[in-house]
Ligand binder design. Structure first.
Ligand SMILES: Nc1ncnc2c1ncn2[C@@H]1O[C@H](COP(=O)(O)OP(=O)(O)OP(=O)(O)O)[C@@H](O)[C@H]1O
Ligand SMILES: [Mg+2]
Length: 89
C-alpha cells in the first residue's frame, strides 16, 4: 500500500492544530510512526483509517483519494487502536 499525504491539516475545536501542513510519502513496506506525546500520531492514524476527516488537504492511498474511496480503502485496512472501537456502521 502506498500512501501520499498532501498539505494535510487537522484543527480541533478551539483552534489548535494537531497536524499542520503535513506532506509525506509512505511507500510499500513496514513502518512505525514515532514522535513525542501530542505530536499528532493518533490524529494522523485516525485520518488514514477514515475514522476522522482532515480539516484540509488530501490523502491518496494507492492513488485513490481517501475522501472519495472510503469504502474500497476501508476494505484494505486492519487497524487496532489504543482505545478499541468499531466503525460506526
Ligand atoms: N479530540 C480532541 N480535541 C482537541 N484536541 C485534541 C483532540 N485529540 C487530540 N488533541 C490534541 O491534538 C494534538 C495531537 O494529539 P494526538 O493524540 O494526535 O497525539 P499523539 O502523537 O497520538 O500523542 P500520544 O503520544 O500521547 O498518543 C495534541 O495537542 C492533543 O492535545
Ligand atoms: Mg496517540
Amino acid at each position: 500500500m502506498q500512501i501520499k499525504i498532501e498539505n494535510l491539516n487537522k484543527v480541533y475545536k478551539g483552534g489548535s492544530y494537531a497536524i499542520k501542513n503535513l506532506n509525506l510519502e509512505i511507500p510499500n513496506g513496514m513502518f512505525g510512526l514515532l514522535g513525542p506525546n501530542g505530536a499528532g500520531k493518533s490524529t494522523l492514524m485516525r485520518i488514514l483509517v477514515t475514522l476522522m476527516k482532515p480539516s484540509s488537504g488530501r490523502v491518496l492511498v494507492n492513488d485513490m483519494d481517501l475522501a472519495k474511496h472510503r469504502r474500497e480503502i476501508r476494505s484494505m485496512l486492519g487497524y487496532l487502536p489504543q482505545d478499541f472501537s468499531f466503525f460506526r456502521n
